[in-house]
Structure formats: C-alpha cells, structure tokens
Design a protein around this ligand. Structure first.
Ligand code: DAH
Length: 339
C-alpha cells in the first residue's frame, strides 16, 4: 500500500477518536485546524502527491477524497453531540414550537341543526320523509288549499321554470306527497331546502331550510300539537323554555297558529334580541284543513291531524347567536371552524 494511504488511514483513526472525545467546540476546532489548516495534515499530504508513481495516483486520490468526507462526518457527529443531541445527525426537536394542528371535518351548523331536530322528533315517533325540490304548482299550492290569487304564487316571490314547475317555496308539499302515497295514520317530519325570490339581507336568503311535521290519526287534537311543540322546545333549548301559540292564518291549516319560544337569551324578561317581548317567533302550525285531507283522498270525518313547519336557519341562529343569515352560506372557514 502507498505510504500516503497509510498515513491517511492513521490520521482518520486518530481524528475519529479525538472528535468523539472532544469536550467542547474549541477542542474540535483545534482538531480541524490540525487536519485542514494551512499547516495541517491534509495540505502536507497533498504536497506529497507529486512523489506518488502515476499508476498509484488514482488510488491515492480516491483515498484522499474518501478521507475528506469521513473527517467531515466525524466533525458533524461531534458537533451534534456537543449540541446536546445523540450522534444520529438528526436535529434536536424544538419543544417551544406550537404543535401541528390537524383539521378534521365537521358538520355545518345547519346540517347539525337538522340532525338534532330529526333526532328529537324520531324519539317522539316521527319518521323522516322527503320530496323533490323541483315541484309542481299542484303540490306546492293547489293541494295545500292555497287560493289561486294567493300572493305567495306570484312570480315575484316564487321561482318558476319555463315549463310551469317551480322551486318549492316550503316543505309543506311533502305532506301531500306522503299522504298520496300511503294510507293513514301518518307521522312524518321532512327537513329540506326551500327557495323564495327574496332579496338577501341579514334575515332573508333565497335558499333556506325548513322542517315540516305531519301527524294524521283518529281523534288528533290541538292539545297533541301543543305537547309535541312543547316537548321539542324543551329538548332543543332546555326545560326553561315556554311556548306560546298565537292565532294566525295558513291556507292548509284550520285553525292555524304561529308559535313562539320564550326568549332563550333573556329567559322571557325582555331584551334586544326579542325586542323586549320576551318571545321569539319560531314558525307556523295548525290542524290540517279538511280540504287538504279531501285532496289526498282521506276522509275528514274519520281522520284528523296537525302540521307544523319551522325555519332551520332561525333555530340555528338562535342556538348559536348568529346575527346574519348570510354567514351560514359564505363557507368562510373562520366562521365554520367555530362549530
Ligand atoms: N309552510 C309554511 C311556511 O312556509 C309553514 C307552515 C305553517 C307549515 C303551518 C305547516 C303549517 O305545516 O301547518 O311559512
């Protein structure tokens, strides 16, 4: 073996040991100078290269290069060790950095509200029904006993297709579709999307959600309706909530009521949210009009029932104290992340 290679190997063994034992950065630096410095081992050995016979030059050159990177490894390992880390060469973790956040999917507040409503009504014996969002005039208006000149039919309020069909303005047509397809008794809730030609503002959206309820049986009374609505209010907002029914008019119910929950913000004392009234409007309800029963072929002398419809957005905004309905549709993650 060429004597230069021997010298290189001896130097490697020495440097490896000393690097491993170096007590501080200064000691390591001294070693580096001993090997790579201007008067160090490496420059001295490379001067001897001129004495190497041509046929051995390649091997010696290779030994040089290998040794160089080997030395670097020794230094690096020693530096890491001195920096408080094992000789793995891996940077020590910075325990002061904030952890990595994994974002997981979650329900949109409207979807969560629909699911919660459905769960409450299922416990009261309702099953879930659905109907098309593109409806015909018959199911959305006529069969629901809505007079031909009722303002809600106006193209300024309802989206019509050129073929005369429309985007349903309420979930009530699901009542008709369910009764057309089955014999009584009926006990369903139908959550879903509705559409109205409203100008969007803090409380209006062209696209919103309702949940419809319908119960048809023998001897159903207003007391049954009231107890279902009261139970829903308790389950949704807690035992402290009172409900109030006020006379109203809907074409498909007689008598009709609007119902309110006592304000969940102030507990009924009166505040800015309930405009000092102590109550918040929730939706409409009533006893199903005999004309509606006749339209689906049910005998109103035998069958009676109640229906109700609630705005999902309204409930969602109450529950989370959201003051602008548009926030629910912007899909801004800074908003959605809060739920
Ligand atoms: N469909 C009505 C609306 O959109 C709400 C409603 C009122 C539904 C009374 C009902 C009901 O089932 O009985 O304003």
């Amino acid at each position: 073996m060429n004597p230069i290679i021997e010298k290189i190997q001896a130097a490697l063994t020495m440097a490896g040991r000393r690097a491993e034992q170096a007590a501080d950065a200064a000691e390591l630096e001294a070693l580096r100078i001993e090997i790579f410095g201007r008067k160090g081992l490496f420059p001295a050995l490379s001067k001897e290269m001129s004495t190497v016979p041509p046929e051995e030059r390649k091997a010696v050159g290779q030994a040089f290069n290998e040794a160089k990177s080997e030395f670097q490894n020794f230094f690096e390992a020693a530096e890491n060790r001195l920096a408080g880390c094992a000789t793995t060469g891996i940077e020590p973790p910075d325990l002061t950095l904030p952890g990595r956040k994994w974002s997981s999917g979650r329900k949109h507040p409207i979807a969560a509200m629909i699911d919660d409503c459905v769960a409450i009504f299922r416990r009261m014996g309702f099953i879930v029904a659905s109907g098309p969002e593109v409806e015909d005039v018959y199911h959305n208006f006529d069969a629901l006993n809505t007079p031909a000149d009722h303002p809600s039919r106006d193209p300024g309020d309802t989206f019509y297709f050129p073929d005369g069909r429309l985007l349903r303005t309420q979930t009530s047509p699901v009542q008709i579709r369910v009764m057309e397809s089955q014999e009584p008794p009926v006990r369903i809730v139908a959550p879903g999307r509705c559409f109205r030609r409203d100008t969007p503002d803090a409380t209006h959206s062209m696209n919103f959600h309702q949940i419809e309820g319908l119960s048809i049986d023998r001897n159903v009374s207003m007391a049954d309706l009231k107890s279902v609505l009261q139970t829903f209010a308790w389950e949704m907002f807690g035992k402290g909530v009172k409900i109030r029914l006020r006379p109203h008019f809907f074409p498909f119910t007689e008598p009709s009521v609007e119902y309110d929950f006592s304000c969940i913000i102030c507990g009924g004392k009166g505040c800015s949210v309930c405009k000092q009234s102590g109550y918040l409007e929730i939706a409409g309800a009533g006893m199903v009009d005999p004309n509606v029963l006749r339209n689906v072929g049910y005998d109103p002398e035998i069958w009676s029932g109640y229906a109700f419809g609630m705005g999902i957005e309204r409930l969602t905004m109450m529950r989370y104290r959201i003051n602008d309905i548009r926030l629910l549709y912007e899909n801004d993650v800074r908003f959605l992340e809060q739920f």
